[in-house]
Design a protein around this ligand. Sequence first.
Ligand SMILES: *[C@@H]1O[C@H](CO)[C@@H](O)[C@H](O)[C@H]1NC(C)=O
Ligand SMILES: *[C@@H]1O[C@H](CO)[C@@H](O)[C@H](O)[C@H]1NC(C)=O
Ligand SMILES: *[C@@H]1O[C@H](CO)[C@@H](O)[C@H](O)[C@H]1NC(C)=O
Ligand SMILES: *[C@@H]1O[C@H](CO)[C@@H](O)[C@H](O)[C@H]1NC(C)=O
Length: 683
Amino acid sequence: MAKPHHHRRLASVTTTTLLLLAVLHIVRTAAEDEQPPWPICGPEPSSGNYPQNSTYDTNINLLSASLPRNASSSAAFYATGNVGDVPNIVYGQALCRGDVANASACESCVATAFGGAQQACPLYKDVVIFYDLCQLRFSNRNFLLDDDYIVTTYWLQRSRLVGSPAFDGAVGMLVNATADHAVGDSSRRFGTGEVGFNDRRNPKIYALSQCAPDITPEVCRNCLNAIIGQLPKWFSRMTGGGIFGVWCNFRYEVYSFFSGRPLVELPQIVERPPASAPPVIPGGEKRRNSTGKVVAILMPTIAVMLVIAVVYLFCWRRRRPEEDAFLPSQSATSNDIQPIDSLLLDLATLRVATDDFDNSKMLGKGGFGIVYKGVLPDGEEIAVKRLCQTSRQGIGELKSELVLVAKLHHRNLVRLVGVCLEEQEKILVYEYMPKRSLDTILFDYEQNKELDWGKRFKIINGIARGLQYLHQDSQLKIVHRDLKASNILLDFDYNPKISDFGLAKLFGGDQSEDVTSRIAGTYGYMAPEYAMRGQYSIKSDVFSFGVLVLEVVTGRRNDASHNIEQDVDLVNLVWEHWNRGNVIELIDPSLCNHPPVDQILKCIHVGLLCVQRKPASRPTMSSVNIMFSSHTVRLPSLSRPPFFIQDISVSESWTAHSDAYPPGENSTVMSSNQVSITELSPR
Ligand SMILES: *[C@@H]1O[C@H](CO)[C@@H](O)[C@H](O)[C@H]1NC(C)=O
Ligand SMILES: *[C@@H]1O[C@H](CO)[C@@H](O)[C@H](O)[C@H]1NC(C)=O
Ligand SMILES: *[C@@H]1O[C@H](CO)[C@@H](O)[C@H](O)[C@H]1NC(C)=O
Ligand SMILES: *[C@@H]1O[C@H](CO)[C@@H](O)[C@H](O)[C@H]1NC(C)=O
């Protein structure tokens, strides 16, 4: 009896492995990393703009005529200075990186930075700009008196990720070591370093730290500690990153990005491979980065697994799947094998659980099929989704993918309890969510009074975290493609859980490329590039998230068909009010009891950032989460229209500090918004 199972299991393990490799490849090529220069236009507190050909303009030009030379001729490649008189005085600071080749390379970098600053931030009085080899700030304010180590900073975050936890530790150690070197270097306050691993699963790491050379060792240390302290929270697993400020900066990469020998070389990090456990099994906790190794190890692994499979079948066959999902993993091996069988539920059980799919048990109808409420023999309540769509994939492949989806565990994702693939049926079984879906409460005039602002903010935050996990933190990098209020389920405490993730990928169209001929999403939530050209990416999910945020704040649907009396959709309505400065009027009237207006405005701001027309201008979900969780983050400006925005890489950069509300005087571009948004409505 056991024998056929072995074959099936091994076959599906192999396909899953290949699948995972394909996914990893996508992750690698999908990186959209910002190239320098990295500007901050008008950091807080805002200084505003200067008129063209004004005295201020002239003073900037005067500064640019001498500051590059002054910096390059100083021993530390550093200069500060000012030109003109109040009110048109311009203060400047220029610093070249410690490894710049020579004085002329420094001078030309700073000179270029003046041009680059005015191009990236036209007519801003206050600009900070970072290049590979130098940084420049000019301002009407004497910022040289500020000690805002973390406030005015540019954050560089690489989108590629690595899996090994040892990597983060090594980055922290190396960056710390370069910081120590910089603090101790009295002439340049500069340090570089590298560290490698004894195996090939982790790349070699290169890092650099630098302070402005005119500050004391103590100030340099405090400044570097403040920015390096952000590493564990915001840079976990990223293959590169850095924080650049006026007084100090650090940066790390997995390639050599500075010249000269590293000033600090840490001893190789020895990471012991897990003994005897097969290192690569699809869906394992770690993302591997050595595909060659994966294939090499797979063959011997199969033999080991055959043995384990026999034991496993013997011992675990009768175990209930729900239990398995919560078992601590005894070893990598058993953990990796369990779900394939433990996920399978038989049709007979589900028929009993749902009274043979009785209409009275129906919870709702979704794009993929009908959902029933059920109760398993042990009393656990479940939601049973009976899919009507046929998948293009064979059962084997479907199973493997479902196993991968079942491995996604996050408190803001609905847990997949099991699957049933029998007799032409494709059924997914999820944990049951007592408060049903967000739309049933949010858009109900009576029920939405239950949703005070605290709950709504918790819902917005939870969705953002779940989505970041899908996009970046899970091993699969899943684009949801159909994020909407009815796909957000709420547990007893109104914790939001995203449902239907992975389904668009499985059932929604062509798997082979990122342009799908059959669009799976829902109008009203769909990013323009997805609605019109079928192009989807994590940034189209970000768009849907933005719509959702605006819906939660206003209690209104974006779907035009629900607001016939309203001739403009919700997104444009919010944008218009935002520009006129009266967006507060749109806040859901059910939110009485003095909701925190600042926080609500911040949510609206983030929502509008997410629905910008160009995918590249929308923030990533990790940026969104930083914006939500930090009080010091200053959000990117929305002064340009969200639906007709020119190419701005700037928007991904955001500087820290006080959120200035209400913003936006600029309301000139309304007509172009309306034109472009009509493309979004159902045709
Ligand atoms: C600024 O000066 C330049 C050159 O003198 C001229 O071409 C331009 O029209 C002026 N711009 C404004 C706004 O006065
Ligand atoms: C550059 O250095 C010269 C000579 O020390 C000085 O006179 C000038 O003011 C400096 N320029 C600025 C912008 O500070
Ligand atoms: C300075 O460095 C640049 C870049 O490495 C190089 O091209 C140039 O020849 C150097 N100039 C001098 C004077 O050494
Ligand atoms: C880096 O240094 C800071 C402060 O000295 C310390 O708290 C942190 O644990 C260090 N990190 C690592 C990875 O050594």
